[in-house]
Design a binder for this molecule. Structure first.
Ligand code: SAM
Length: 297
């Protein structure tokens, strides 16, 4: 623990909004500080008051609740501000995990900040990070996407936009769409890409399965239980050294080759586009073969 670290479970003197992460399955996945804050605040704004009542009952907490969900977030944000202005402290929770991550909360937090009240975030459970921790991926970078569009055409368009990114892609998906979404991923990204299916994390039937996008349909088909529950899908990023360095990189290379020797053009193209040197070098040689007679080596 460094010098600035402190252990303080309680709430601030100034009325503040506490954004509190709650469990994603296992009720024990809640921090000591979260429990203390939920106990001490005057009121809790909850996505679904019935879901949060269950958690509060489990921990013997009797704090009053009111609803703040995606359909009333704007009005409820004003209610939060009114409570803070009246000197009350408020906690904000969603049904599971971290509020504002594919959940309501961001609008309310922004409104409270804009009104000049402190916002204190309490870290805790989050399905995406839990899946990343369980997957053992060697990827240095990841991109959190959350939910894809429900409509197939819009979903494929989004996937096309992600296709060339060299980052591990993290998706949330509902059980009734998981098979269709994975099929679309295989269609757009190619069947050979690696996939980790993290299901029911922290719960009784937790499973983490690794396969390729092309193998996933048969895996889901083999057991109806495999399409039940909650899912995080982790899809390997595009190979940085594959043939798809991207059309932009090729265009940059073409222009540089008109004016510069091959090695220098490749070096600059790598620096400008971040593309893979081997691929750009190979492409440069191919371009040279078809280049005009006055192009220089
Ligand atoms: N705010 C939450 C968080 O911090 O992770 C996410 C809320 S979002 C509405 C719910 C989605 O998160 C589910 O559809 C699923 O994709 C993912 N999820 C939540 N709990 C999960 C679990 N226990 N195992 C796997 N995925 C889960």
């Amino acid at each position: 623990m460094n010098e600035t670290a402190h252990v303080g479970p309680g709430i601030e003197k100034r009325p503040s909004l506490y954004v509190v992460a709650t469990p994603i399955g296992n009720l024990a996945d809640i921090t000591l500080r979260a429990l203390e804050v939920l106990k001490q605040v005057d009121v809790i704004a909850a996505e679904d008051t019935r879901v949060t009542s269950h958690l509060l009952q489990h921990y013997g907490i009797a704090t009053r609740l009111f609803a703040l969900h995606e359909h009333n977030e704007r009005q409820s944000a004003q209610k939060l501000i009114d409570l803070l202005a009246a000197g009350k402290s408020v906690a904000l929770v969603s049904d599971a995990g971290t509020p504002a991550i594919s959940d309501p909360g961001a609008l309310a937090v922004a409104a409270v900040r804009a009104a000049g009240f402190p916002v204190v975030a309490l870290p805790g459970a989050n399905a995406a990070l839990c899946a990343l921790a369980a997957a053992g991926s060697a990827a240095a970078h990841f991109l959190f996407f959350g939910f894809l569009p429900q409509q197939a055409a819009a979903r494929r368009r989004e996937l096309e936009a992600l296709k060339a990114l060299p980052y591990l892609l993290v998706f949330y998906e509902a059980p009734h769409r998981v098979v269709a979404s994975v099929a679309d991923m295989a269609g757009v990204f190619g069947a050979g890409r690696g996939l980790t299916i993290a299901r029911e994390l922290t719960k009784l039937f937790e499973s983490v399965h690794r396969c390729t996008l092309g193998e996933a349909a048969a895996w889901f088909d083999a057991d109806v239980n495999r399409i039940r529950g909650e899912f995080v899908l982790l899809v390997d990023g595009a190979e940085i050294d594959d043939a798809s360095n991207g059309e932009d990189a090729l265009r940059v290379l073409e222009i540089l080759l008109r004016e510069l020797p091959l090695k220098q053009a490749v070096q600059l193209a790598v620096e400008i586009t971040g593309g893979a040197r081997n691929t750009l070098y190979r492409q440069a040689l191919e371009l040279k073969k078809t280049a005009s007679p006055d192009s220089r080596e």
